[in-house]
Design a protein around this ligand. Structure first.
Ligand code: NAP
Length: 460
């Protein structure tokens, strides 16, 4: 133990997604002997790696092997099925640790703010993603897949995941860990046309090239791109010429290939449309169509390019709308929150007393999407978490961390006294084995538990 005190440094990490694990890893590396208790409101770890990453991207999911090594380090405990802010308050939690790091991600989504958004059949893409990934919050989501056409709003990688899952063959999805209830529903579904709308042009699209190329590899789907969308205006041409990486250039080449490809007469169709914004979701009681407007691009005066409506509108018959215009963070009870940004205000990971305040809350940190907003890939969270963990260690070295009043045993007693069934990492590993076994019996790589009750029952 490298501590100057007679006890180890004790840190609570709230949230077991990538940034939580990377924060724990850095503390373990830089402060041998540290005790990390990682909390999650679900009985299962890994955050969006389990509940967000598309099931047909198993390579990305294999990062959990790295997290398992972190969890196996001495001094690490997983406390699943503990909802911080509900089962235990922030103040109560902090009283048992030298420091608390919140890595709770961005748990809700942004709205479009257009008429008809509340109609039945109009959903957040994140709900659909949670549903097909077996996240317990979305177990009963049940989208109506009996419709012929769906619209996905936004051209980020989440939009690509949603469109691709809708356009995939069930037989191919059965080879993934897509949730059993979702596989059955998709198999029975009738969605044949999937529109994907980008409000700006192809050069400004947020998706990355591998995701775009995956569309072209779907055996059951034609990809439709209007060559008119690929004619670059002068602003886009200039942006492309000065781009720092080659993503937009590669995307444009792939889109040109799709535009030139004759239709193969496949049963499904992904129609990618750029310079198009939804203005109204139409229907009586439920979604029956979407009114979209053609946009033009203008200089926003701040070095960026903005879409403005031209007045050229069109109505497309769709029975489902998935808005995929970004995730948004949710406030943690007892901590300051920046409503506009959807983040906990912080300076390099140290939580501020209030948005815009100079002073910090001693011993409280954030990392990942709740710190910087919902951007970047899994790996982006590593440097982000390292930065926050470094602030924590510097504060510890400088004697700036408030001393806890309770210890591990007191924390465990508090939770037990409230009837909280804490799920350990060994419990999770048992669930993991059961999921794989259930999968084997069904000819699937894994059959996820999708209800918390079911998980706790299986652990009995
Ligand atoms: P994102 O990448 O930020 O994309 C959001 C999209 O929504 C953009 O196309 C944006 O267009 C559009 N948008 C925003 N407001 C809109 C509005 N009012 N009307 C129409 N369009 C609107 O977000 P995301 O797709 O949710 O992904 C979040 C992060 O996770 C990203 O960093 C993403 O790369 C990552 N991710 C990665 C993978 C992967 O690696 N395979 C998979 C999933 C997610 P503008 O550009 O015009 O604002």
């Amino acid at each position: 133990m490298t501590d100057t005190q007679d006890r180890p440094l004790r840190v609570a990490v709230v949230g077991s997604g990538p940034s939580g694990f990377y924060a724990a890893e850095h503390l373990q590396k830089k402060h041998p002997g540290v005790e990390v208790d990682m909390f999650d409101r679900l009985p299962t770890p890994y955050g969006l790696v389990r509940g967000g990453v598309a099931p047909d991207h198993p390579k990305i999911k294999s990062v959990t092997r790295v997290y398992d090594r972190i969890a196996a380090q001495p001094g690490f405990r997983f406390l699943g099925n503990v909802n911080v802010g509900h089962d235990i308050s922030h103040a109560e939690l902090h009283a048992h640790y030298d420091a608390v790091v919140y890595t709770v991600g961005a748990q809700t989504d942004r709205a479009l703010g257009i008429p008809g958004e509340g109609l039945r059949g109009s959903h957040a893409a994140t709900e659909f993603v949670g549903w097909y990934n077996g996240h317990p919050d979305f177990r009963d989501f049940a989208p109506d897949l009996s419709v012929e056409a769906a619209a996905v709003i936004g051209v980020g990688n989440v939009a690509m995941d949603v469109a691709r899952i809708l356009a995939s063959r069930t037989a191919d999805l059965a080879a993934t860990d897509l949730a059993g209830h979702a596989l059955d529903a998709l198999d029975a579904g009738r969605v044949r046309t999937i529109y994907v709308f980008g409000r700006r042009g192809p050069v400004q699209a947020a998706f990355t090239n591998p995701e775009l190329r995956e569309f072209g590899e779907l055996p059951d789907a034609d990809v439709v791109v209007d060559p008119r969308d690929l004619e670059l205006d002068p602003l886009s041409a200039a942006e492309l010429a000065s781009a720092e990486d080659r993503t937009a250039e590669k995307n444009l080449a792939t889109l040109r290939e799709y535009a030139a490809r004759p239709l193969q007469g496949r049963p499904r169709r992904i129609v990618l449309r750029f310079l198009t914004s939804p203005v109204e979701i139409l229907g009586t009681g439920r979604v029956e169509g979407i009114r979209v407007v053609r946009n033009a691009l203008v200089d926003d005066g701040k070095g960026g390019i903005r879409a403005v409506a031209t007045g050229e509108t069109e109505v497309l018959p769709v029975g489902l709308v998935f808005r995929s215009v970004g995730y948004k963070g949710v406030a943690v009870p007892g901590l300051p929150f920046d409503e506009r940004a959807g983040t906990i205000p912080n300076a390099a990971g140290r939580v501020l007393a209030a948005p815009g305040a100079a002073e910090t809350l001693p011993g409280v940190y954030v990392a990942g999407w709740i710190k910087r907003g919902p951007s970047g890939v899994i790996g982006t969270n590593k440097p982000c978490a390292v930065e926050s963990a470094e602030q924590l260690l510097a504060d510890h070295a400088a004697g700036r961390l408030p001393a806890p009043t309770g210890d591990q045993a007191a924390l465990d007693r508090l939770l037990a006294g409230r009837g909280v069934r804490v799920v350990s990492f060994a419990d999770w590993q048992a669930l993991d084995r059961l999921e794989v076994e259930r999968g084997k019996a069904a000819g699937r790589p894994r059959l996820k538990f999708t209800r918390i009750d079911e998980m706790l029952e299986a652990l009995k």
